[in-house]
Design a protein around this ligand. Structure first.
Ligand code: PLP
Length: 228
């Protein structure tokens, strides 16, 4: 059995009996490695770049649920709107409007699952909204008229640190946003249920803090040979 298949089984075991699922982050890794995870039964994969996602999707089975987890430029939405399962990195109303518009043009039967990305880390390079921006988005007239997207939850990238207290604080912040938004905007909407947080180095803590999607790359596929 391959190391990748072993790693998939490891996470299957760890997440059994939890509401949390694994997004296998395959960025920088070739389709053959994705197939090893696929053949171990895994179906949810995450990529952070549109071009790379398109190239891989062409070569891989079409029952993969692709999650876009990286910053998405508005002008690239049309390239993925037909097939993408989930866009975890929605960080503006403008982007959401474009996703809805392109999904409508493709006449999708299933809406695009969209998650609101929040800025929970210190690092200035991280994308994501503030809580106030998310409120404004959800109160907007435009959002209320969208029928080809659905907002399924929140996503955040924690600071790259070993400091467990700091990480726990950031995960709690994201969970707090989720709970307040749930109460305010989605109380009767079962689609809004996801909290995407935790990566290779901090997924156990994220799981303990209520994550429903951990996004694990190097912990499944090994180290990436260049930084992405
Ligand atoms: C690359 C990436 C991951 C996975 O990182 P690992 O440390 O390799 O597990 C998770 N989330 C996002 C947004 C990423 O870009």
């Amino acid at each position: 059995m391959s190391a990748i298949a072993d790693n998939i089984r490891f996470f299957d075991e760890k997440l059994r009996d939890t509401p949390c699922r694994l997004v296998a982050v395959s960025k920088t890794h070739p389709p053959e490695m994705i197939m090893e995870a696929y053949n171990a039964g895994h179906r949810i994969f995450g990529e952070n770049k549109v071009q790379e996602l398109l190239e891989k999707r062409d070569l891989l089975p079409h029952d993969i649920a692709w999650h876009l987890i990286g910053h998405l430029q508005t002008n690239k939405v049309k390239q993925i709107a037909q097939f993408i399962d989930t866009i975890q990195s929605v960080d503006s109303l403008k982007l959401l409007i474009e996703i809805n518009k392109r999904a409508e043009q493709f006449n999708r039967t299933l809406p695009v699952n969209c998650m609101l990305q929040f800025d929970i880390a210190d690092e200035e390079t991280k994308y994501g909204m503030t809580y106030e921006e998310a409120i404004a988005l959800l109160q907007s007239e435009e959002y209320r008229n969208m029928h080809f997207i659905r907002i399924t939850g929140v996503m955040g990238i924690a600071t790259n640190t070993d400091d467990q207290d700091k990480l726990r604080g950031e995960f709690r912040t994201l969970r707090g946003y989720f709970e307040k938004l749930k109460e305010t905007f989605f109380i009767a909407n079962d689609d809004f249920k996801e909290i995407s947080m935790g990566m290779t180095s901090d997924w156990e803590l994220a799981l303990a803090e209520g994550s429903t999607f951990i996004r694990v790359g190097s912990g499944i596929f090994g180290a990436r040979n260049y930084n992405k």
